[in-house]
Ligand binder design. Structure first.
Ligand code: C2O
Ligand code: CU
Length: 489
């Protein structure tokens, strides 16, 4: 069991008791930073090529001269937004300028396992790794972050993460806000603790043992952010980029908003809701209506973790976090109404499942086993549908994330899934003792030797071993063995 990872890398990285877990009101004093769109070029083979450089950084988050040692891609903290279109072949040249090994995983992306950036595709200091794949999935809000085994929490906490937006013709045909940085914004929400001298500090909540719960929110790396809105409707791409905390997002006056997309893309139908709950790694695309001249706060209220009202607070559910203030201009440019019908969803047929599996989460194990780099837990056959029943046997929160595919939720605790789970998902919250059944279909890429991961996306748990590996094989093929020390660049 790992109590503390990579201690030397972050000053003040120490095991300590969590304090009162409520932040409440925030002074919105800084314009929201909007990550730049990453530059790219098209090479002579028609491939879209990005460069991404992981490096250490320094940042004054509070504007008071206290410097935090951070890490980021192409900058001091977080990274640029990558953007590509369905059908394009992309190449990302990832350069590791950190003093240690890392990796970059494309969370939510359907791609060959050796391009996935999991713990078997680590990049040595000074090395460059250049994965390439063809984007073949619907328009969606994905993200990227390191995944070195046992060190993911620390690398993400230091700031290594960014958004990856996919576009396609279906999304482009709908009347939705889509001008990046104008009426369509990434909203990457992360909680942090700061030491007195300004360094990131790791304070684990010992009651629930779920990882780091910070008392300060960063949104795209901004403390106390506001956003000037100049259109009647604004699209927010919410990403819970926190390591352990779950949020329950809504507007301070409880007005409804349009939930249009989740992890893997647009929903079949717009859901008019006033809350959307996101556990670590999950995304939601929402469209908010604003009135001229008003200020309205995006706020997280106590999530329903299913642990128990008081215990929820020690399990990552603060009563209230003010996230971002939307400041509407006196004159707003018109935005079209959000349509009810979005993109049709082809339902996977659970009756046609080639295999049914149970994944039982308990302690830091899945099915009583802890992650081992050279053990493949199971093989799935390419072009088949499977049904997995994922269940949290503990009294504390977990969630479930699987690589390579987007899945469909069949049921939650035996009931039909709510609207927020009605589309494509790659990560889902696992309330204690409430089994989730999902259908998944593995297509295109098979490789008996290189596994994909499935794990808890509470990164402290993932690092501590709550992860397993599967391979996608051809019909009749048996799984191989992952290279003992991974496939380093
Ligand atoms: Cu977002 Cu396996 O990770
Ligand atoms: Cu967990």
């Amino acid at each position: 069991l790992v109590l503390c990872c990579g201690g030397a890398a972050v000053a003040g990285w120490a095991l300590a008791r969590g304090g009162t877990d409520t932040v409440g009101a925030v002074d919105f004093v800084r314009p929201l930073a909007v990550p730049p769109l990453a530059d790219s070029r098209v090479d002579d083979r028609g491939r879209r090529v990005f460069d991404l450089l992981a490096r250490d950084g320094r940042r004054d988050f509070h504007g008071d001269g206290r410097i935090t040692r951070t890490a980021g891609f192409d900058g001091d903290f977080l990274g640029p937004t990558l953007r590509a279109r369905r059908g394009e072949q992309v190449v990302v040249n990832v350069v590791n300028r950190l003093a240690e090994e890392t990796s970059v995983h494309w969370h939510g992306m359907h791609l060959p396992a050796r391009m996935d950036g999991g713990p078997h595709q680590t990049i040595r200091p000074g090395a460059t790794w250049s994965p390439t794949w063809t984007v073949d999935q619907p328009a969606a809000t994905l993200w990227y972050h390191p995944h070195p085994h046992g060190q993911t929490e620390e690398h993400v906490y230091r700031g290594l993460a960014g958004m990856f937006i996919l576009d396609d013709d279906r999304e482009a045909a709908l009347p939705l806000p889509r001008r990046y940085g104008v009426d369509d914004f990434p909203v990457i929400v992360q909680d942090r603790n700061f030491s007195r001298s300004g360094e990131f500090k790791v304070t684990r909540n010992v009651f629930a043992g779920i990882g780091v719960l910070g008392d300060t929110l960063l949104v795209n790396g901004t403390v106390g952010p506001y956003l000037d809105v100049r259109t009647e409707r604004v699209r927010l791409r919410l990403l819970n980029g926190s390591t352990a905390r779950t949020y329950n997002f809504g507007l301070a006056d409880d007005r409804p908003f349009a939930l249009i997309g989740t992890d893997g893309g647009l929903l079949p139908r717009t859901a008019r809701v006033n809350r959307v709950q996101l556990s670590p790694g999950e995304r939601a695309e929402i469209v908010v209506d604003v009135r001229p001249g008003e200020r309205v706060t995006l706020r997280s209220t106590a999530p329903e973790l299913g642990v128990g009202a008081l215990a929820d607070r020690f399990a990552g559910g603060a009563d209230r976090f003010d996230v971002l203030e939307l400041r509407a201009a006196r004159t707003l440019a018109a935005s079209p109404a959000v349509p009810d019908a979005l993109v049709p969803l082809d339902r996977l047929d659970p009756a046609a499942a080639a295999a049914t599996r149970t994944l039982s989460f308990s302690g830091r194990d899945i099915n009583d086993r802890s992650m081992e780099m050279d053990r493949i837990d199971f093989a799935v056959t390419r072009d088949t549908t499977e049904v997995w029943e994922v269940v949290n046997r503990d009294g504390t929160p977990h969630n479930f994330h699987v690589h390579d595919v987007q899945f469909q939720v069949l049921s939650v605790g035996g009931a039909a899934p709510p609207p927020a789970l009605s589309g494509w998902k790659d990560t889902v919250y696992l309330a204690p003792q409430r089994p989730i059944r999902i259908a998944l279909r593995f297509t295109d890429h098979s490789d008996p030797d290189v596994p994909y991961m499935y794990h808890c996306h509470l990164l402290y748990h993932e690092d501590a071993g709550m992860m397993g590996q599967f391979v996608v094989v051809e019909p009749g093929q048996s799984p191989g063995r992952p290279p003992r020390h991974g496939t380093h660049a």
